[in-house]
Design a protein around this ligand. Structure first.
Ligand SMILES: Cc1ncc(COP(=O)(O)O)c(C=O)c1O
Ligand SMILES: N[C@@H](CCOP(=O)(O)O)C(=O)O
Length: 419
């Protein structure tokens, strides 16, 4: 099997349901999409992708938000809180300072729960209702848990989240808690949490809604579709490159799939596909290691650390989809330090846009690649910022400055301002 950009349009198998089926990216085995709960291939345990008999072009999209792209999704509608349609901000100062033709920030922090995960959940929770499952579950560095809790409660379902103890930002735990999730703090990192949730799901205890679930990634494809439509509207061309933070590598896989489908539909030339460029924190950079070494597989990092807790991930489960995504589009991957991430977070805030640390990794990575000459000055680039600043108030406060105490009198305030 090949996740190549030039792959033929998929052939509809007998077990396709309404023109939709699941296909293993390793052995090509196909499955009816909703007859059973499955996350990976029954035959070889490979990752699954959703396939469609009919693929849409840009002309087929109508409406606003994730469900504008219903023709590229398994359903016409989902369990929705009006996700998607996020801003594609101009950032003129950053564009000048980094020194490229055009820079836009696609701010996924403007989704209902403050991260891109909402796009995946609106589809994933709809699938859960279709399958008639009871409890939904995820492992999480925080954002997935917030989105699962919100969309699960919207869909009237129980939710269970496993979090790495002491490593999840305050805003995210507050969201999961208020939306009614059962929260378990695990004495281990995110990857250990995901191992456990996979086992629970395998035992039928819960329906897994991490990005290993192929339907989650269908919703996340819409990030790529929105970026392309935004650039076509403003520049009459798609971006040369999309730079994004990488953790479990779901977005990298989803955007690549969106672009492959457009190529197969004849709506996008293979040569125009944006270069997918992944950014990881230095302390959690297994994808970068694999890209730099030309490896076919990603080595699991047991010990990971970064202040950007959302991407504190050592075993990106979507690597078999994301590695071809980066390579086939001519992209690359780069690691940045926590100091570089914090500097980028401040600079993005200087444009009026508040993002959490993991999100700022995209701009930090672009800055580094431009300085190294990997990114050219004539490129038009979109940086993905994945989560809102208020997700991690402690990191924001640490990156900003301390308030100055003053007495409750005007003279005291003026004295302080004169200092
Ligand atoms: C804010 C934020 N940015 C980036 C990522 C990484 O995204 P992905 O897992 O799709 O690579 C995550 C979670 O994984 C996240 O929560
Ligand atoms: N950053 C993620 C990690 C889990 O990623 P997922 O996309 O596989 O659910 C989070 O917010 O938990």
């Amino acid at each position: 099997m090949s996740l190549s950009l030039s792959a033929e349009r998929p052939e509809r198998p007998d077990d396709a349901d309404d023109g939709v089926w699941l296909e293993c990216i390793e052995c090509g085995e196909t499955f009816a999409p909703f007859d059973d709960v499955r996350y990976t291939c029954d035959e070889c345990d490979g990752l699954l992708e959703v396939r469609y008999a009919d693929l849409p072009t840009f002309d087929d999209f109508e409406g606003r938000g994730v469900w504008r792209y219903a023709d590229a999704l398994p359903f016409e509608s989902g369990v929705s809180i009006q996700e998607g349609a996020t801003p594609l901000y101009e950032v003129p100062r950053l564009e000048d300072e980094i020194g490229i033709e055009a820079l836009r920030i696609k701010h996924e922090g403007m989704n209902p729960t403050g991260s891109f995960k909402d796009r995946g959940m609106t589809v994933g929770v709809r699938v859960a209702t279709e399958l008639g499952v009871g409890r939904l579950a995820c492992a999480s560095t925080g954002n997935t848990s917030a989105a699962l809790a919100a969309y699960g409660s919207r869909g009237g379902m129980q939710t269970l989240v496993l979090l790495p103890a002491g490593k999840v930002a305050a805003g995210k735990i507050a969201q999961a808690s208020l939306h009614g999730a059962r929260i378990l703090e695990v004495d281990g990192n995110f990857d250990a949490c995901l191992d456990i949730v996979q086992e629970l799901a395998g035992q039928g205890e819960a329906y897994l809604l991490n990005s290993l679930n192929p339907f989650r990634l269908e919703g996340q494809k819409t990030i790529g579709l929105e970026i392309l439509e935004g650039f076509l509207a403003d520049y009459d061309t798609v971006p040369d490159r999309i730079v994004l933070p990488v953790g479990n590598a779901g977005n990298t896989s989803a955007l690549y799939k969106a672009f492959r489908e457009l190529v197969q539909a004849g709506a996008l030339d293979e040569a125009d596909v944006p270069k997918l460029t992944g950014v990881q924190a230095e302390g959690a950079a297994p994808m970068v290691e694999a890209i730099e070494n030309g490896a076919d597989e990603v080595r699991r990092w047991e010990d990971v650390e970064t202040r950007a807790t959302a991407i504190r991930i050592g075993n990106p489960v979507n690597a078999p989809k994301a590695l071809p995504g980066i390579r086939e589009t001519g992209g690359t991957a780069v690691a940045v330090s926590d100091a570089e991430i914090t500097a980028a977070q401040r600079d993005i805030a200087g444009e009026g846009i508040g993002v959490e640390p993991a999100s700022a990794a995209s701009v930090a990575g672009l800055r580094k690649l431009r300085a190294e000459g990997v990114v050219d000055d004539d490129e038009r680039v979109a940086c993905l910022t994945t989560g809102h600043l208020l997700k991690d108030p402690d990191a924001a406060a640490a990156a900003g400055s301390e308030p100055d105490p003053v007495p409750a009198e005007t003279d005291g305030v003026l004295e302080q301002l004169a200092e």
